[in-house]
Every structure is written in structure tokens, then in C-alpha cells.
Design a binder for this molecule. Sequence first.
Ligand code: 57M
Length: 360
Amino acid sequence: MLYSLIYSLHDWFSPLNVFRYITFRTSLAILTALFLSLLLGPWMINKLRNLSLTQQIRDDGPKAHLGKAGTPTMGGILIITCIMVSMLMWGDLKNIYIWIMIVSLLGFGFIGFLDDYLKVHRHNHRGLRAYQKFGLQIGLAVIIGVFLYLNPKDPYSDVLSVPFFKKWLFELGWIYIPFSIIVIVGSSNAVNLTDGIDGLAIGLVAVAALANGVLVYLSGHKGLAQYLQVLYLPGTGELTVFCGAMFGAALGFLWFNSYPADVFMGDVGSLSLGGALGTLAVITKHEIVLAVVGGIFVIETLSVIIQVSSFKLTGKRVFKMAPIHHHFELKGWPEPKVIVRFWIIGIVLALLSLATLKVR
Ligand code: 57M
């Protein structure tokens, strides 16, 4: 909104023309979300604590985690608030893709909020039942997937692109709808599983937001998309501003969630951020690239699938504990070492995903 108001004045004051540029507004979105997080963080943490919205620690987890009991959770409310304020200020609210991202962020955030709230307020600390949580997530993803598939403005609404192989475009037809649902729901739950040690998930979300910001800027820019031979998707360039808001809010939350964490994001944060990243990948046709950018999220999810399958089929564990971050904790790695080493791998994978743009 603020963007439209300021930009409309550029006829009288030409320097305001700079607000036309996505890169300029993305910088403002990053700074707004970051400083709003730092400003509201302490107040939000106290509020969560005063409302007894604090974490229960399961006793079957790493013993080192027992000391985390009582840490305020549902800090994802702060993340979502900062992204939304930043978007409402600097995003072009006439862009349909911005609204699809907002629906995804708030929709998955609401599902996570329900789960968190029930966990805190139920005597057995049980949140939503698995079928309820998955059912709500799939329902939201169906709405997003069908809308994107029927989007008259997107000539590639059913196309799957493959990194490195620029000419390979697979027209999936209506199959694209279930495919996009799997990407969105899978991404939401992958971030949720990864959020099991201080700062790991939010740090990787910041890396993914930054990498996706570069990807979406290029695929929304006609000249650059043609030069790099990536799909040119008109109107998606505006999502760079959303990625900037996400990056700024993630950095701001990391200030408080870094080890030893003052606050956890809760499912309200992990489900919403994961759902947004998955939706972003579907809009920009970078689903396979997302799997590289969010490689740690994929590895964490695969570790759970392997562990649960092995345990059910053979009664034996492959890892000391899944997700894999717990495995390294139980191997004796201090928590900060697990976090930073996983971030390093995440950054390398993000750089690799950007390399797919150049390699033909
Ligand atoms: C999401 N939630 C954390 C916090 C955060 C099938 C199985 C793999 C499911 C999985 C599970 O329950 N996942 C749920 C992970 C929890 O964090 C809360 O949840 C929010 C994210 N959704 O924001 O509110 C705990 O994680 C720790 N934490 C931090 N710092 C952070 O910044 O230390 C979180 C954020 C928090 C805190 O201790 O309480 C979680 O782990 O539950 N289950 C597991 O991950 C469990 N693994 C397991 O059961 N493995 C078995 C299975 C696969 C057969 C095995 O390997 O044998 C582990 N998690 C816990 N206890 N808490 C181990 C047991």
C-alpha cells in the first residue's frame, strides 16, 4: 500500500520513481522486516511467557533438551507479522502472486497456530491429530494448486522444468495439481521436522529465501530470463519483495532463536515458512531447484522416512535418532556445532542451485 501511495507521487517528485524498482523495494522489505523483528522481539517473548505459551519437552528426546523446558514458543507469530507488515508496505498488492503467497503463509500459519495452541492448552499436550493436520494442509494446498493450475496468466501452469536441462519442459496436465500439493505440503512438513534445534530451521529458511529471491527476480525479468534461458514468468518478479521480507524476518527471528534460544517458532512458524517456500517453488517452476536449495530440509525428512521404515520393518534404527540433527547430537556433537555445520551445507546447496541458472 505504502508503495502505491509513494509511487503515485513520482509525477510531482521524480526521485520517488525509484520505488518502481523491485530491487529497491526488496531492500526496504528486508530492512523493515529485520528491524521490526528486533524491535518487537523482546516484547513478544515476554508476552508468550506471560501467556504460558511455553514449550513442553518430551522425555524421549535428547537429554540435553530437557533444559529447554519453559522456553516460550509460537514465536512464528512474530515472523509472520513482520513479513506481512513489510509486504503491506512495500509489495505491489495488485500482483496476484503476492496474494497467493500471503494466503499460503497465513493459511499454513493458522494450521500451525491451532496445533501449537492445542499442545499448550490440552492436558496431554497433544496438538492436532495427524489426520487433522494433514487434512487441513492438503485442503489448503489443493486450493493453491488448483488456482495456480487454472491461472490464465501463466502459460506454463502445468509445466515441470528441470535444472541444467533448459530445453526439458514436461507438460504434466492436471497431474500438476497433485504434484504441486506434494511439493507444498512436503515443504511445510520438512521445515517442521527440521525445527528441532536452536536456529537450524530459521537459518536455513533465511538461506532459502535469499536464494529463491535471486531465482525469482531472474525468472521475472524478461531480458535476464532469456539470457539465462530460464522460463520467463511475467509478474513473478514481484515475489522478490516477498523473499526479501522473508529473509529479513528470518534474520530478525534468528537474533532470538540462536543458541541458546530465547524463543522457538512453533508449528505456526515452521508450517507457514515451509508452506510459503513450497508455494514459491510451484509458482516459479523451481520445484526441483527448491529440493536443492532446501537440501537440508530434504535430508532431514528422508532421515525420518528411513528411520521409521527401518524401525517398522526390522525393528532396528539406522540413526541414533531421527531427524538426523538428533543423530549428531547423540554422537556427541555440541548443539551449536550441529547447527552451524548444517547451515554451511545449506549455503553450499543454495549456491549450487544458483549455479543451475548458468550451466546449460
Ligand atoms: C517437529 N519439533 C521439535 C518447537 C518448534 C516422526 C517423528 C520424526 C516426528 C518428530 C516430531 O515430533 N517432529 C515435530 C519437531 C520440538 O520443537 C517444537 O516444535 C516446533 C517445530 N515444529 O518451534 O516449538 C523440540 O525441538 C527442540 N527445539 C530446539 N530449538 C528450536 O529452535 O531445541 C525446537 C526448536 C523442542 C525442542 O526440544 O521441544 C521436536 O523435536 O519435537 N519427532 C521427533 O523429531 C523426535 N524423533 C523421534 O521420535 N525419532 C524416533 C522416530 C523417528 C522413530 C527415532 O528416531 O527413533 C525427536 N523430538 C523430540 N523428542 N522432541 C526425538 C524425541
